[in-house]
Design a protein around this ligand. Structure first.
Ligand SMILES: Nc1ncnc2c1ncn2[C@@H]1O[C@H](COP(=O)(O)OP(=O)(O)OP(=O)(O)O)[C@@H](O)[C@H]1O
Ligand SMILES: [Mg+2]
Length: 236
């Protein structure tokens, strides 16, 4: 009985009837329309769909970067639908890691300090344990000799690996990546795909928005979005 229970995947994130409308000059744009879905622990999910279909908006709502207009969002069994900006920031920092197409690193800050940023937001200062962990993460991503480099002194692939280390530093429950290979050449892109796949094999829950067929192929579950709606949600 207990083994059966243990093998059942636990939901990390649940969206129920989530919509997001933008109002511009009296016109309402329905960016996300009545989306319900569950992301379970250990999943690697690819979200695909045409430009403007609402993928990034959906991901921002899932990662508490933006708030839905209607519907309910549950993260780790907590109702996070109506948090204040400060509460959302706190939970985001603790539970969520983000990887963006443009890397979004601080340009005048070293690789090591960029990785440590989320620890500063959560404890007001990084501890020496945080620093050890950041160095370990950068080393595991092949950047042991680049701690002091600023983003401008790193290649695109290296910058994205710094961003991955930053996403991992607080041991998030879920990692969101929005077109993480979009600005990379095919070799660096393949490396990022391999890193994300390996993280998932180690148990990380990962949601990736992508147009990259190779990246979408690496996911076991593919959610297709069109006009703000989920039009397909399948396991391979
Ligand atoms: N802040 C905003 N104000 C008004 N409309 C917006 C805003 N952000 C997004 N939209 C609109 O919402 C829709 C969904 O945008 P979104 O960025 O989620 O698409 P996407 O699927 O991520 O596209 P892409 O593949 O090009 O990144 C689009 O029609 C877009 O113009
Ligand atoms: Mg987008």
């Amino acid at each position: 009985m207990s083994t059966l229970k243990a093998s059942k995947p636990r939901p990390v994130l649940v969206l129920s009837h989530v919509s997001k409308n933008y109002e511009l000059d009296g016109i309402t744009i329905g960016a996300v329309n009545n989306v319900s879905l569950t992301i379970s622990e250990g999943e690697l999910v690819a979200i695909t769909g045409p430009s403007g279909s609402g993928k990034s908006t959906l991901m921002h709502i899932m990662g508490l970067l933006d708030r839905q207009s209607q519907g309910k969002v549950t993260l780790d069994n907590k109702d996070v639908s109506n948090l204040s900006e400060a509460e959302a920031a706190k939970l985001r920092n603790k539970y969520v890691g983000f990887i963006f197409q443009q890397f979004n690193l601080l340009t005048k800050t070293s690789a090591l300090e960029n990785v440590l940023l989320p620890t500063i937001y959560s404890d007001n200062a990084s501890t020496s344990a945080d620093k050890q962990k950041a160095m370990k993460l950068l080393t595991s991503l092949g950047l042991s000799d680049r701690f002091k480099n600023t983003p401008g002194q790193l290649s695109g692939g290296q910058q994205q690996r710094v961003a991955i280390a930053r996403a991992l530093i607080n041991d998030p429950r879920i990692i969101f990546a929005d077109e993480p290979t979009g600005n990379l050449d095919s070799k660096s892109g393949a490396e990022v795909v391999e890193i994300l796949t390996n993280l998932n094999k180690e148990g990380k829950t990962i949601v990736i928005v992508t147009h990259d067929p190779e990246l979408a192929r690496s996911a076991r579950r593919i959610i297709k979005v069109k006009d703000g709606r989920v039009v397909e949600d399948r396991l391979k």
